[in-house]
Ligand binder design. Structure first.
Ligand code: ADP
Ligand code: MG
Length: 137
């Protein structure tokens, strides 16, 4: 497990970019932490490193979105899913394919549903603009 503290969003993006260098097709990365902890910021940096050029923001009206990069990236945000039991599991399968790298914000409700979890990234506030980022591979 690795732990770093970043002092601003740029550093969190840079950390996400370094982290992404180790990712391969089919990897699922769970990203947890409270609102504003920097989950999407971390994923944005990771996406840049994976060759994604388009804007990376939290999906708002769907549970996920897809980005084209050197590898296709799925970005899910399950914040609004209270319980996955009320949802069709195919909803996730649509996004998580062996060709893609997937990042899942708010994975809690669905943690069991993810097959190949490559890493779990946990972000937390550490005072002001500081964030503590824990990566468990
Ligand atoms: P989440 O997806 O966890 O809700 P976001 O990444 O969308 O969080 O938002 C994090 C917010 O905190 C952004 O407004 C960002 O600019 C700000 N911020 C301040 N310091 C940091 C930091 N060290 N790392 C990441 N984000 C930070
Ligand atoms: Mg987010």
């Amino acid at each position: 497990m690795s732990v770093v503290e970043t002092r601003g969003p740029e550093e969190t993006e840079a950390h996400g970019a370094r982290f992404a260098e180790h990712l391969a097709h089919g990897d699922v990365v769970l990203v947890s932490g409270e609102l504003g902890a920097g989950k999407t910021t971390f994923v944005r940096g990771a996406c840049r490193a994976l060759g994604v050029a388009e804007p990376v923001t939290s999906p708002t009206f769907t549970i996920g979105q897809l980005y084209a990069g050197r590898v296709e990236v799925a970005h899910l945000d399950l914040y609004r899913i209270g319980s996955l039991e009320d949802e069709d599991p195919a909803l996730l399968e649509d996004y998580l394919t062996p060709e893609r790298v997937a990042f899942v914000e708010w994975p809690g409700v669905a943690a069991r549903a993810f097959g190949r979890v490559r890493a779990h990234v946990r972000l937390g506030h550490a005072g002001g603009d500081a964030r503590r980022i824990e990566v468990e591979e």
